[in-house]
Write a protein that binds this ligand. Structure first.
Ligand code: GDP
Length: 457
């Protein structure tokens, strides 16, 4: 894969006003370039400093002082990218950070592309591809558990899990070819029986790995959740209650349809992508009927239904219609307005829905119970962030392909094909695993991975 040798620079902190802004420079010339724009108060040159040391001083442009700064020197290969790196920490203003970057670029660095620092770390063998992908997941994590899981992946949780399978596949393939190619040597015979057992074990390991994908997606992306219920049951109030918790890490999704409100909220450890729907009721009005049909369809296709009932009133036809339209999708029946006393036939609802909780959306009473039920449904309760999970479609595809190749190898063995045919399929499985870790991967795939990064990372 092509390695760009230029020295690159970018602002690595978020663009905006902050206490500190960091301009990162990486490449062979980074220390020489930084020496042109930074004057240490001690008078010492950065090129005379050891790795992992820092100096206080000023960013200068000719005779002019641009800002105070601290320069940290990292020497190859002991840096994020594996190259010489200097990080200039200056004041975190939009203007100042850009001015320092401009200075660095004028001194000979080239602007870094999106994800280029991490891409260099990957190309220099500091990270495998799954660990590099985890960097972006750490940055974009919206919940504690998503961040923990991404951090484990960055620290090699998935890599270790794959490495184990990879080593076994490689050593079996090697044994195989040694045995087939050097029959005169005293190499342990490969028998159908011990091979079959190995295939069973690998397939079961890969199956287990694949089963982590869905839960991982739930943890990372959240659950597509519909709040359903007739008017006035308290859906908007419930939405406010849910978004009121940890509002600061909640993002609004603007620009949705006329009568659908969408919002992403965090309930306990679970991210819910909430949307409201039209009520489910009988109607002669054509336009309203379209709305009702869309709502019915959403109830079947979403990941979670929160069905809201006004607990202070008797159950009516609209409530019953809603209950009849909730199929196999995970759901929680929410009997709301408990502060007004419960009039509704709660047994009827409990008979129809597995999970029912009584709350007052207005006062917040019952929220904890609701949160507990939601984490149970989402599976975050027993989710182990450090187990190593498949975090994206690229990783999942590679494992699916490896699994298919192993199934082919196993079939070849079972129908009595030559060991050659088995070996070819085994090699194919190894290729897929190497693609997963990035040890043998095309430039297009690598570019695609880093394309999703921001500049400065
Ligand atoms: P929506 O039409 O389903 O979105 O219902 P709203 O959230 O607009 O609520 C309808 C009315 O019920 C409003 O006057 C709310 O203040 C009231 N309400 C909602 N939740 C509760 C609750 O838990 N207790 C009480 N007493 N009133 C509630």
């Amino acid at each position: 894969m092509k390695m760009n040798n230029s020295t690159i620079a970018a602002i690595s902190t978020a663009q905006g006003e902050g206490g500190i802004g960091v301009i990162r420079i990486s490449g062979e010339e980074s220390i020489t370039i930084a020496d042109k724009v930074f004057r240490a108060a001690s008078g010492k040159k950065l090129s005379d400093m050891k790795g992992y040391t820092a100096a206080f001083g000023h960013i200068v442009r000719g005779n002019e002082t641009v800002d105070e700064a601290i320069a940290t020197v990292f020497r190859a290969p002991n840096s994020y990218t594996g190259e010489n790196v200097v990080e200039l920490s200056c004041h975190g203003g939009l203007f100042i950070t850009r001015e320092v970057l401009r200075n660095v670029l004028d001194a000979g660095a080239t602007p870094a592309l999106a994800g280029e620092f991490t891409k260099r770390a990957f190309l220099n063998g500091k990270l495998d591809l799954t660990e590099a992908e985890a960097v972006i997941d750490i940055i974009s994590a919206k919940s504690r558990i998503a961040a923990r899981s991404a951090l484990s992946a960055k620290e090699g949780a998935l890599w270790k899990r794959i490495e184990k399978i990879k080593n076994e596949l490689v050593s079996t393939a090697a044994h195989f070819s040694a045995w087939a190619d050097y029959p005169e040597e005293d190499i342990e015979e490969v028998t159908d029986e011990n091979l079959k057992q190995k295939f069973e074990n690998w397939l079961s390991d890969l199956e287990k790995l694949l089963s982590t994908y869905d839960k991982g997606q739930t943890v990372k992306e959240g659950i597509d959740t519909v709040i359903a219920g007739k008017p006035n049951t308290g859906k908007s109030t419930l939405m406010n209650l849910l978004s009121g918790h940890d509002r600061s890490i909640v993002t609004d999704i603007p620009g949705t349809t006329r009568d659908v409100i969408e919002e992403t909220v965090l309930v306990g450890d679970v991210i819910l992508r909430l949307s409201d729907t039209a009520g489910i009721r009988e109607t002669g009005d054509t336009v309203e009927k379209i709305g009702v049909d869309i709502a019915k369809n959403r109830l079947k296709t979403c990941g979670l239904v929160l069905a809201v009932f006004d607990g202070s009133r008797a159950l009516d036809d609209d409530d019953i219609k809603l209950l009849e339209n909730i199929d196999d999708v995970p759901s929680v029946g929410i009997i709301n307005k408990t502060d007004l006393g419960v009039e509704i036939d709660r047994d009827y609802i409990k008979d129809k829905l597995k999970n029912v909780v009584e709350i007052s959306a207005k006062s917040g009473e019952g929220y904890d119970k609701l949160s507990e039920i939601i984490s149970k449904i989402a599976g975050t309760e027993d989710f182990n962030p450090s187990e190593g999970i498949l975090a994206n479609e690229r990783q999942r595809n590679a494992v699916v392909n490896a699994k298919n190749a192993l199934i082919e190898a196993k079939n070849a063995l079972e129908i009595g094909m030559t060991f050659d045919a088995v070996e070819v399929a085994l090699e194919e499985a190894i290729e897929c695993i190497l693609e997963l870790t990035g040890e043998r991967v095309s430039e297009v795939v690598v570019d695609n991975v880093f394309h999703n990064f921001c500049v400065g990372k």
